[in-house]
Design a protein around this ligand. Structure first.
Ligand code: FES
Length: 121
């Protein structure tokens, strides 16, 4: 009996800042995998390597490059530190990443800064 073997099983991708986890196919960019599932976490721009919005740092795991990574958005030093564009790389293993682009928003878990009404009696 023939067995069907999936050579590109989905790989888990975790976005550190949000804790979002989604499954991304091996030949699919990290950004497209997130968009296909309607998930959020990585900032989305041109989805074509041109804007730098999706800049991330690979904290754990490995990726394969699908297209050129523009030096206008990722310097050689950044690339050596694991920074890349999520729309230009696909997972080669389970991946943990953090958003590193200029659209990064603080996800502080510190004390709330909102003020509560003060009673004036
Ligand atoms: S979304 Fe524009 S470079 Fe990735």
């Amino acid at each position: 009996m023939a067995m069907w073997i999936d050579t590109h099983p989905p790989l888990n991708v975790c976005v550190l800042q949000t804790g979002e986890t989604y499954a991304c196919a091996g030949g699919e960019s990290l950004l497209r995998g997130m968009l296909r599932l309607g998930r959020k976490g990585i900032p989305v721009g041109c989805v074509n390597g041109g804007c730098g919005a999706c800049k991330v740092r690979i904290v754990d795991g490995s990726v394969t490059t699908l297209g050129p990574i523009s030096r206008a958005h990722v310097s050689a030093d950044e690339e050596r530190a694991g920074v890349t564009l999520a729309c230009r790389v696909a997972p080669a293993s389970a991946v943990t990443l953090e958003v590193a682009g200029r659209l990064e928003r603080p996800f502080s878990r510190g004390p709330a800064t909102a003020t509560s009404p003060i009673s004036t009696q």
